[in-house]
Structures are given as C-alpha cells and as structure tokens.
Design a protein around this ligand. Structure first.
Ligand code: ADP
Ligand code: ZN
Ligand code: ZN
Length: 804
C-alpha cells in the first residue's frame, strides 16, 4: 500500500498541512514526492503537491488520489525543504511557498500536452505509443488520462524521450493545425463499423476513410473532404479509435540573435584582490557571503563572469539575479557571450511558454547558468556552486505578496545547503548589507575605481527655492533649461529623470523646502486630498495642513507631485524643437515597448529621454552628456524610513548615466532641500559618509539595521472593523512581547483604501523577541478563520521593504 501526503491548493489556515491519500494501484510505481496530483477534497477535485510517499497513515479511512499531473517531479527534495522553510519564515501558506518556485505555465490554466523530447526519434518509442506522436504530433494530457496510457508515458519521460509542454490558450488558437490518426488496426476499424447502428452514417464514413488511408490526416481537411462535422470526428476519438494531435514549434526568445563570444579579460590588481577569496570559497566548497562593493563600471560583472567560469570548471551551476529593469539585451549579451548556450534567461518579457521552456532547460541540466529576476532564485539546479545578486540593494528582490520573501535570504539559505558562496554586488549597498559587512558577518570586497579611470560626471545641485524667488515658476531651473538648449544645439542627448513613486504626496513649502514631518516618526506626513489633513502612516499622528509655512511663514506651502505627462507638455512649450521620448508605465506596458523606445533613443531618433526610475539603470549610450533630475525630493519625502537611502541610491545611479564614454557628462539635480545629506552626499558620490549619517538616523529612531520590523496590515470593508481589529491585534502583540519591543498603531496604511477596503496597520520594532513568531501565528490563526465568513484580511510581512 502506498500513501501520498499532499499539500492541497486551498490557501487557508485549516488546510495548511499535509493530507494523506491512498495511491491507486495503477499509479503506484509512478507517484513521487515533488509531483503535482489531483485529489478529491470535499465534493471537489483539486490540485496538490506530493511531499512524501509512505506506507502507513494515522488516518483510518483514506480517499484515493485521482491522478498525477506530472510525468516527473517538478520540485526536487531540496526545493521541497526550501518550501517548508519559506512558509515558516515568511508565515506563508505552504501551497504558496511551493507554487512560487514554479514557472507560471505550471500554475495557471494552460493546456497541457505531451510531446517527443527535442531530438528524439519516433522509432525510439514503443510501438504502442507511435500513433500519438507521429509527425511531431502532441497528445492532450486529458486524452492521455482517458486512454489510460500515462504510466507508459512516464516510463518514456523518465528516459528523456517524452516531455510535457504547456500552451497558453491564444497560442493554441493561433495555429489550429490539428491532426487525426487511427489508433487501432484496419480490422478493428471494420469491426467497429459493423457494431455501429445503421443511422451512424457519418461515423462509418470516417472509419471507412481510415481503412483506406491508415495514416494521419489534418482534421479540417478530413472534415471538408467527407463533409462531416468536427464533433463526429471527436466522438470517434473519445472511443479511442482515433486520436487528435497538434503541432507546435519550439520557442526560443533568443533564437535570432547572434552573440559575440568573449573570453576572460586579464584582471586588474583590484579585481584580482577581490576575486581571490571568492575563488577560494568555490574551490574549497565553503559557504560565505561576499559583499562586492564597487561603483558602476568598476569591473564587478567581469568578476561574476570569471567566478562562474570557475564554478562551471568544477562541474557546478550558477544562479545570477539582476533587477528586472536591468535585464536588458546588453546585460544578457554579456552572459550569453561568455557562456553561450549554457545560459538560460528568465525575465518578465518572456511569454509563459517561453519561461517554461527556459525552466525546463534548467531542470534537464541543459544549462549551467541562469540569469534572471527575483524568482530565478528558485531555479531547479541540484549542484549549485555560486549565487550572485547584482544590485543587491534593489527593492524588487523582495516579493510583496505571499510568500513575502527576500531573494537575498533565499540565496543564503540555498547556498548553505550547497556549501557555496553568495556574492552580493552593488555600488550603493543596502544599509543592512553594509552594516553586516562591517560586522564581518559578510566579507567586504571593494573595487574602488572605475575600469577606464573615467572621472565621475560633475554634479550640480540646483536650489529650486532660489528659482521661485527669482520669479521662475516652471519645473525647469534656468540652469537646466540652458544646458538642455546647449545639448540640443550640439546634437548631444539628454536624459530627464522624474521620480514618481508611491501613491501619496507630501506637503512642502516651495519657498524654503520645509516638509511637514511626523514629530514622532521622522517621516513625512501624507496629504489626503479628501480633507485638509495630513497623517502619519506609521503611528497615526494627524495634523491639519498649515496655512503658512511654520519655518518661513510663506503661503506657498502645498502638496507636491508631478507626472511625466505634464513634464512632456511643458517641454513642448519651452523647447518645441526638441524630440522627446517618454518612458513610464503608460508608454511601456506593452511587451517589447521598453526595449523599442530605448533603441529609438540609442539610434538618435530623439534628443531627450524623459522617464521614471525605469530609465535609471542600464542606459549606456555614448551620446548622453546631460542628466537632469527634476525633483530629487519626491522620493525623499515618501512616508518610508528608507526614503533617504533610496534617494541616495537613485541619485547616484542616475548620475552614473552621463559621460560614460568619450564625452564628459554633467548632472543637474533640482531640489527644494539642497542641504539634505542624502542629496549632498549623492552629489559628492560619497557612500561611506552617507552610510555613517544614515546609520545614526536609524539608530535614533529604532529602524533597521538596528531593529527588525514586522508589519501587520488589516483590511475590511467597514472602517470600524478594520480599526477595531487592528486595535485588538496591537493590544495582543503588546501583551506577548517584551518591553523592549515598540508596537505602533493602529494607524491608517499609506494606501488607505484599496477596492473599497479600508486598510490599517500595526508596526512592530524589535531586537530579540523569541515569542514573536508564535504570536504572529496566533494572530493569523485567529483572523484567517474569520476571513472566510467576514471578509476580514490580515497579512503579516516580516522584514517589510515597503511599508504600504
Ligand atoms: P560593473 O559590473 O562594475 O559595472 P563591468 O564588469 O561591466 O563593471 O566593467 C566595466 C567595463 O570595463 C566593461 O566594459 C568591461 O568589459 C570592462 N572591463 C572589466 N574588467 C576588465 C579588465 N580586467 N580589463 C579590461 N576591461 C575590463
Ligand atoms: Zn517655508
Ligand atoms: Zn508618526
């Protein structure tokens, strides 16, 4: 007797554990841990993951599982364990922890088909299976189940002869090349004709056709030739006399691209010094976390490439994470150029089918390196030799929905399992990582200078309050306007950067730059259009918008926020001759448009590139000699304790876009708070100084890395319920934690209402709280029960990145 323990696809507290199912005789040899199966659950049939196969169960009356969904496990042992760890550490449902590791094609409603594996000949298969796969045909999974041949398919899949593919619905529609093939001998067809009732003329006609043409025919053609409906043909297919198949071409997103092969460059002294400890860890199978700190262009990527080479030489595999927006063709080229076909690429520009193909290459060990965004951290390699996270400070490495994991933590966990190094690279490391490096938890490796010794561009900070005083009310300072005109005349290119992030705006004096902050939390208060109120999103403090600036008495104190569209309009007025390309979420939502707009700019089709943070990275065009940051303050005053850090990182990064080649670059940063240390120090490109300043602020206000944070968000349709529930939670948390912990709330969430649901939150700051996990679990247990009947939602984010 075989019993499968299954985590079912019902994300709820009560079902967040394994259920035992009896494995039917016919599947006994087949079901393995890591496979997905269909199981009965109450009156329904649902999906689940097998986490264990065993011979006994505590449960008396076991139900039978229905059928497998995979020919081979989709999660290996390590990933199954990682899923447990993920669920535990992020307080997520297990089912979400498993699902997040798989490509989307395996999660959603895609059509599942079985086909011959690449390069496999039909004759390699047992005769019995030939009709299903003739001429590149594919077999529908449901038909395979109906025909009872899944165990046969599995045997061949285990040998690598067959594989499962997933088709997105519209793909299938696009190519309606369906074929019909006889499944049984001519004699059997004849026997069936005799069995059929006299009035089944059409069916008989079809069967007769196959007696004289005992081979594959295109379905449409058959239907037209015999003048029979498709349903007649399909009826015969359901009797297992005929079988319906389809054809598909292999999808390779980089098929038509040519990659210039590159070899390792002789390393500079600084690079040698940095790479030596990494190579040592690889060779000696040591787990160690390195923080590779070096400005853009200092040669970090070359270090990644040569470390990976060493890993490959040792017969192992490498995972490289880069932020989604830097997954540009330029970036991909560097890896494909060095390692050719050994590289799989996972990014959001791929269709679900293409992503699945890349994932399969990893699973089949056809590649040695995967380069991808956050979720590539779950690449199903089984012999990992290094994990690299480029731009480790990027917020996109934290997933904001369940499981709320940070890729850095997962990387370290997996690297511990495989005894291999992790390399975190950045020009502006997160405060957390740099602090750990200082405490020797991570090993710090520095690359102090740019490769070509190119000077960093000159940065000028423009005080926008002065502009106003001088009577200039436009969003362009006189200096920036002058330089834009100058570049237009010289036919050089400019980049204008407008940072607009988050959903709220703050109140600022345009005369003196004063921003209204919360007296307790040191973050800006958020303006609410509805009232004349400002609120603190951490502690709930409220205040009315002042009529005059408390600092300078000016009346020009109001909320602040501009969109790219408005900037484009104004550019059109003041520089009508300039050609402008605008890049923001509106102009880049279509697939491939991001790349296309950049290409246009690169080809010189525009003078000015105007965009949001998506243009901050990867831009490396020789003709850019001016970068303008329109309002450095928008991010500085987000209701987020990381706003100074993010401002510094972003300004440093944007500044790096100018003058990367022959022509020297200039950077203009417009701001209403030129004296703010993150703007000043970004202007000087002085990370060390910034780190020291910011650490003092963090310590004073009990923020990471001195304290840990956990954010609990409550939402409900009724304002009162949301508030009172949060209140109860706050009280309960306070009662369970030590007096060292700071429990704030209830306060309204920065996004106060989503979809007519009011959102409130409780923020916990703490150092060591052995009781915390238990407490949080209790809260989730309690409220997730209510969730189903009352629509109350409670979410917990341990180490949140965005407090919204
Ligand atoms: P980063 O990743 O820090 O931005 P890169 O590795 O991309 O830096 O290096 C910047 C530039 O310098 C690239 O064009 C790269 O090809 C070149 N480069 C890197 N290392 C060397 C080296 N040892 N010798 C010559 N050129 C190098
Ligand atoms: Zn003022
Ligand atoms: Zn506050």
């Amino acid at each position: 007797m075989k019993i499968a323990s299954v985590i079912v696809d019902v994300p709820a507290k009560q079902t967040d554990k394994a259920f035992d199912y009896l494995v039917p005789k016919q599947w006994e040899d087949m079901i393995q841990p890591g496979m997905r199966v269909i199981v009965p659950f109450g009156p329904r049939k649902i999906q689940g993951f097998v986490i264990e196969v065993k011979s006994t169960s505590e449960v008396k009356k076991l139900r039978e599982l229905v059928e497998p969904m995979d020919l081979e496990p989709v999660l290996n042992d390590e990933l199954l364990k990682l899923g447990d760890w993920l669920a535990e550490n992020t307080l997520s449902f297990k089912i979400f922890a498993f699902q997040v590791m798989l490509p989307a094609a395996l999660k959603a409603k895609y059509e599942k088909k079985v086909k011959l594996a690449e390069g496999v000949d039909l004759s390699d298969l047992p005769l019995k299976l030939h009709p299903y796969f003739k001429n590149g045909g594919m077999l529908d999974w449901d038909d395979a189940i109906k025909n009872g041949i899944v165990p046969h398919l599995q045997r061949e899949a285990a040998k690598g002869l067959l594989e499962v593919v997933y088709l997105v619905k519209e793909r299938v529609k696009k190519k309606q090349m369906k074929f019909i093939t006889p499944l049984v001998s001519k004699e059997d067809l004849l026997a069936e004709i005799q069995r059929l009732p006299a009035n089944a003329q059409k069916q008989k006609q079809v069967l007769e056709y196959f007696i004289s043409h005992h081979h594959e025919v295109e379905m449409q053609k058959l239907s037209a030739e015999l003048n029979v409906s498709l349903s007649t043909i399909k009826a015969l297919a359901t009797k297992n006399l005929l079988v319906e198949t389809e054809k598909e071409t292999y999808r390779d997103p980089f098929k038509d691209r040519h990659f210039e092969r590159t070899g390792p460059l002789p390393l500079t002294e600084a690079q040698k010094k940095a790479i030596t400890p990494i190579l040592h860890a690889i060779q000696h199978r040591e787990h160690e976390v390195f923080l590779l700190y070096g400005v853009t262009g200092s040669g970090k990527t070359e270090i990644y490439l040569q470390s990976i080479q060493e890993v490959i030489n040792n017969g192992k595999e490498a995972i490289v994470l880069v932020p989604e927006i830097s997954l540009t063709p330029q970036m991909v080229n560097r890896f494909k150029g060095r390692f050719g076909d050994m590289v799989a690429v996972l990014h959001s520009g791929l269709s679900a089918g293409e992503k699945y193909d890349e994932w399969r290459k990893i699973q089949r060990k056809e590649v040695k390196v995967v380069v991808g965004a956050r979720s590539a951290i779950f690449a199903p390699f089984e012999n990992i030799g290094i994990i690299i996270i480029d731009e480790e400070h990027e917020t996109s490495y934290k997933q904001e929905e369940m499981p709320r994991y940070h890729a850095r933590d997962v990387a370290i966990k997996r690297a511990q399992t495989y005894n291999c190094p992790v390399v975190l690279g950045s020009a502006t490391p997160s405060l957390e990582s740099f602090a750990r490096a200082k405490k020797k938890v991570y090993q710090l490796l520095s690359l102090p200078v740019r490769m070509n010794n190119k000077a960093l561009p000159t940065v000028e900070i423009v005080d926008m309050r002065e502009e106003l005083r001088a009577g200039n009310r436009s969003m362009f300072s006189r200096k920036l306007f002058e330089l834009l005109k100058d570049r237009l005349e010289k036919k050089q290119q400019s980049v204008l950067f407008l940072n607009k992030r988050g959903h709220s705006s703050f109140v600022m004096c345009r005369d003196c730059g004063y921003v209204v902050n919360c007296p307790k939390c040191d973050i800006s208060l958020t303006y609410h259009r509805a009232g004349v109120q400002m609120k603190c999103h951490y502690c709930g403090y409220e205040s009315v918008v002042p009529r005059a600036c408390p600092e300078c008495n000016s009346e020009y104190i109001r909320f602040f926020g501009t969109g790219t569209q408005k900037v484009e309009e104004e550019l059109g007025k003041i520089l009508p001759e300039a050609k402008v390309i605008r890049m923001d979420v509106d102009t880049t939502s279509r697939k491939g448009s991001h790349e296309r707009l950049l290409k246009e700019f690169q080809d010189g089709k525009a003078d000015i590139l105007l965009g949001t943070q998506m243009i901050a990275k990867g831009l490396d065009f020789p003709n850019i000699t001016l970068v303008g940051v329109l309002s450095a303050d928008t991010m500085l005053h987000l209701p987020d304790f990381r706003s100074s850090e993010k401002t510094f990182q972003l300004l440093t990064q944007v500044s790096g876009r100018a003058g990367r080649h022959q022509l020297p670059g200039e950077v203009i940063i417009q701001t209403y708070t030129p004296e703010h240390y993150s703007i000043q120090l970004a202007g000087q490109q002085d990370y060390t100084q910034f780190f020291q300043q910011e650490m003092m602020v963090r310590r004073a206000h009990h923020y990471p890395p001195y304290y840990f944070l956990t954010l609990i968000t409550v939402s409900h349709e009724q304002l009162l319920t949301a508030v009172s529930t949060t209140e109860k939670i706050v009280r309960y948390v306070r009662s369970q934690l030590s007096s060292e912990a700071v429990v704030l709330g209830p306060s309204v969430s920065p996004i106060a209402k989503i979809n007519n649901r009011y959102r409130y939150q409780c923020l916990i700051k703490y150092k060591r709280e052995p009781n915390l996990t238990k407490t949080l679990k209790m809260i989730l247990d309690q409220y997730q029960k209510e969730a189903t009947k009352d629509g109350l939602l409670v979410s917990v984010d341990v180490n949140p990145f965005i407090l919204m």
